[in-house]
Design a protein around this ligand. Structure first.
Ligand code: ZN
Length: 449
């Protein structure tokens, strides 16, 4: 299996099963409600780890929580000013709860570990001391800065040249840096800010150093994959490489795997309709399974230009799977159902192309609806198994009778909503499969023709 590496810009081969795959993914800074970008990263890496485990790799999946940061401090101060509870720890716990509720709703299993910055301050201080001792960092005014020019390969991941960066780094006025390019590893505490003791006085970790410290602590140098959103490439991941490799003298990670971002085209429109685009609200309106399916129906590296209508499309697409009527007979795999599984897996082996993999299943359901019952049963079993690999319940396991009952219910609901074209479509679909509906004052009964 190959994954596109953002560093080399080439596909890189993953260890064959049962080889170990250590994965570190940058998690959230809990200062606000989670947005769609958080949902995408969580779903992509959840589906990815499910697939790696299914193909037989041993996986260690770590996703950190940045539970102390400027944004948290600013937000808690704003809450305090507004007369609300401004305790930063309370804010953090509330936001972590919301994030966890969202990922659970979207069917994501928890990572193997979710380390928090505030629980790893000693490891962070150790790493900073190593950098200071090695001449890659210096203390100044109670803070510690990384000296970017001491790390010659700086800029390779993001394709930036140090000289170009100088021009853009002028915002740093007032800091105690020796060079505008340098970034904080440790920030001296301002009055009233949360702080920890350190050899440089009370302060807190800078943003970037935490990921280096926690990744190295749990996974060591040279772990297989470091993941995160595209927006983290610069400066966050560039700085992670610099800190980690300057400290250890070893390669930090073998593959940088970045997911594409989500742009919101209809943000304005949704606001005027009183809708929010928070994942939990979208899941409530369209179903959590629909949202998960929608997020996986794009290649993880592609940007998604979000529009709520696309979720409605995703829901109709999912319904196409759900109308595949299976019998209670035990399915017998055939040459064509084996091919469904093979094509599906081949797409995932090729840079985790979930869009292509789901395309295979769409084709399969189209074919199956034209086939006899035995072929339908076999295709349904194959599609169900493939869906499970990505954490999608495409064809819920249920008896044919329960399935017909469900469609009859759905037709009644459509009639009540005066959606007669939908009601007729369901009746027609059922009659094509040999089921006759009989409406009466007592309700609707069905029989086999
Ligand atoms: Zn990170």
């Amino acid at each position: 299996m190959r994954i596109h590496d953002s560093f080399s810009r080439e596909p890189v081969e993953l260890p064959a099963p049962p080889g170990k795959i250590r994965l570190y993914v940058c998690g959230v800074t809990p200062y606000d409600v989670p947005h769609l970008g958080h949902a995408r990263a969580a779903v992509v890496f959840d589906a990815f780890t499910r697939w790696l485990r299914r193909r037989g790799n041993e996986v260690v999946y770590i996703r950190n929580i940045t539970d102390i940061d400027d944004k948290i401090i600013d937000r808690s101060a704003a809450l305090r000013d507004a007369g609300a509870n401004g305790d930063w720890r309370a804010l953090v716990e509330r936001c972590i709860d919301e994030y966890t509720r969202m990922t659970t709703t979207l069917g994501c299993a928890p990572p193997d570990r979710e380390p928090r910055v505030t629980e790893h301050v000693p490891q962070i201080i150790d790493l900073i001391q190593t950098l200071v001792a090695g001449g890659h960092a210096y203390a100044s005014g109670g803070s510690v800065y990384f000296a970017v020019r001491t790390f010659e390969p700086y800029g390779r991941l993001s394709g930036r040249r140090v000289d170009e960066l100088v021009a853009g780094a002028a915002e740093a006025a007032g800091d105690d840096k020796k060079d505008l390019l340098d970034f904080a590893l440790w920030k001296a505490a301002k009055p009233g800010e949360p702080s920890w003791d350190s050899p440089w006085g009370p302060g807190r970790p800078g943003w970037h150093i935490e990921c280096s410290a926690m990744a190295l602590h749990y996974l060591g140098s040279g772990f297989e994959i470091h993941g995160g959103g595209n927006d983290l490439i610069f400066p966050h991941h560039e700085n992670e490489i610099a800190q980690s490799e300057a400290a250890t003298g070893e390669r930090f990670t073998k593959i940088w795997m970045h997911n594409g971002l989500i742009t919101l085209q209809d943000r304005k429109m949704s606001k005027s309709e009183g809708n929010t685009l928070q994942p939990s609200d979208l899941a409530a309106r369209h179903g959590a399974a629909t949202l998960r399916f929608y997020l996986l129906n794009a290649h993880y590296r592609s940007p998604i230009d979000f529009h709520e209508d696309r979720l409605r499309d995703a829901k109709s697409a999912l319904e196409r799977f759900a109308t595949l009527i299976v019998s209670d007979d035990k399915p017998v795999a055939t040459e064509s159902t084996r091919r469904i599984g093979e094509d599906f897996r081949a797409a995932l082996e090729d840079d985790f192309n979930t869009a292509r993999a789901l395309g295979v299943l769409f084709e399969a359901v189209k074919e199956a609806n034209k086939s006899d019952q035995a072929a339908r049963d076999a295709a349904a079993a194959a599609i169900r198994e493939c869906g499970e690999i990505l954490g999608l319940d495409l064809i819920p396991a249920r008896s044919a009778d329960a399935e017909i009952d469900r469609l009859v219910e759905e037709r009644l609901a459509a009639k009540r909503a005066r959606d007669f074209s939908r009601a007729d479509a369901i009746r027609k679909a059922l009659s094509e499969r040999g089921f006759i509906l009989e409406d009466s004052a007592q309700g609707t009964r069905w029989r086999r023709s």
